[in-house]
Design a protein around this ligand. Structure first.
Ligand SMILES: [Zn+2]
Length: 296
């Protein structure tokens, strides 16, 4: 199953645990009732798909996600992959010692058999990550593996660019290996806060995520909106997709956070008021994800 017609949040984590690396219990997100309630609320606002890019090393739990999907009515697409180097720790020393093709084998097996002991098949590779302003040899090995898996499975690829950095290099890596950039979404590009940098990516035909909407401690939404207006004016809005990348329990409404509906209830009205067109909003939320997944 691919996407259902409707709005898609392109980069989320239904449950995630980064606390064993970050040492902060807030980065353990696993609240079944609260998440179901928020996903149901999204459903009433026209959201039909959530792309869950939780990988191995983030305590991915495919069965749990399937239960949230069933309880909320949301179509949740799941992922295969690994994240950034700090999160390879549970797989060491294997991860350091193995060949890229052995990492690819792990992902192939998940595609063939299912995730986390279920028969649920991943529908995207990612979020595969690079560090801030560069990548480690192990991260590069993961990217090599992801290309192998993409070639064989035709699944699209979602990446993590730490604070929006190293996107140009990620893109060049895929280009050099003949991966169609229309099958790649570079994640967290909004966080760079740099319009020229963003346009240079879009000119090559790649998809990008403005997927940290509402994280104003990193970047004010007014800046995201200003960049989106300029992207629309240059004719590249067809390559931008939106999401919030909710990863902390304090992001949930029940814990006082802005919640998943912030994107639709607060950000979209602000963007429209600032002059972004309704057509651009519809493209980013509905049409672009359909195209991104539809080209398999
Ligand atoms: Zn990320």
């Amino acid at each position: 199953m691919m996407l259902v017609d409707g709005i898609t949040y392109i980069h989320e984590h239904t449950t995630i645990d980064l606390s064993y690396v970050k040492g902060n219990s807030d980065t353990l997100l696993r609240h079944f009732e609260a998440t179901v309630a928020e996903y149901r609320a999204l459903y009433t606002k026209g959201v039909r798909n959530i792309v869950d890019v939780t990988t191995l090393g983030m305590h991915r739990d495919a069965q749990y996600v399937a239960e949230v999907a069933r309880a909320s009515g949301m179509n949740i697409l799941q992922a295969t992959g690994f994240y950034t180097q700090k999160f390879y720790a549970p797989f060491e020393p294997w991860f350091s010692q193995c060949e890229a093709k052995e990492i690819a084998e792990v992902m192939h097996k998940e595609i063939a058999e299912g995730l986390d002991g279920t028969t649920i098949k991943p529908q995207i590779i990612g979020e595969i990550g690079t560090s801030k302003d560069g990548w480690t040899p192990l991260e590069q090995k993961l990217f090599e593996a992801a290309v192998m898996v993409h070639r064989e499975s035709c699944l699209p690829i979602a990446t993590h660019c730490t604070l929006g950095t190293f996107a140009q290099e990620q893109m060049a890596f895929f280009q050099e290996r003949g991966v169609e950039l229309t099958r790649v979404m570079l994640g967290h590009i909004d966080l760079k806060g740099d319009l020229d940098y963003t346009l240079r990516l879009l000119e090559q035909g790649v998809y990008i995520g403005f997927d940290t909407i509402g994280k104003e401690n990193y970047l004010p939404d007014s800046q995201r909106i200003a960049m989106l207006k300029a992207i629309e004016a240059r004719g590249y809005i067809g390559q931008v997709m939106l999401s919030m990348d909710i990863t902390r329990q304090s992001h949930l409404k029940v814990f006082g956070g802005i919640g998943y509906s912030y994107l639709l209830d607060t950000f979209v009205p602000k963007a429209l008021e600032a002059g972004l067109s309704q057509r651009a909003i519809t493209q980013m939320l509905r049409d672009n994800p359909q195209q991104f997944f539809g080209k398999g």
